[in-house]
Design a protein around this ligand. Sequence first.
Ligand code: GRF
Length: 201
Amino acid sequence: ARLVVLVSGSGTNLQALLDAIGDDPAAYGAHIVAVGADRSAIAGLERAERAGLPTFVRRVKDYGTRDEWDAALTEAVAAHEPDLVISAGFMKIVGKEFLARFGGRVVNTHPALLPSFPGAHGVRDALAYGAKVTGCTVHFVDDGVDTGPIIAQGVVEVRDEDDEDALHERIKEVERRLLVEVVGRLARHGYRIEGRKVTIQ
Ligand code: GRF
């Protein structure tokens, strides 16, 4: 399967996919054909360039409207003809055109146990709430924010001494493994989405 990966920051989820694919994409069942971002000068793009992958940046502020940005992102991703689009720490909500084009084929990873703590600060919100366990969720993207059908989840204990960074790092350790496992299975076995139920063949 052809993967386009979208990033907004350090790109450690992207790196985990790159390391899992390694020099045997056939065994993994997928290979990354391009990496896109909503901003430049981020480690995620450096990781892509180090891996010799094509990259593209589409910044919201370069477009008159959000819909124009959405159309430009859709076109940039479509140029690489992905089978799956992996949102790995991509911090923008994709719009109608993107979902019309790639709906049902966009996988997102979120650092909380959805439906708890959706949005841009899932780790901070779980900590502030006093949750005793949190974790990460890999799900298909729908037209909501972190509301699409869940594929897999991983649980992480919250420790008394945790601050946001410490907890997020521990979540990311689980998240990277979960994302690599899920993407490989989706790519190798195919899947069906019926309502909120995801079946991997
Ligand atoms: C991940 O925890 C992702 O779920 C969240 O931000 C983090 C991105 O990490 N949205 P990285 O850029 O993959 O290192």
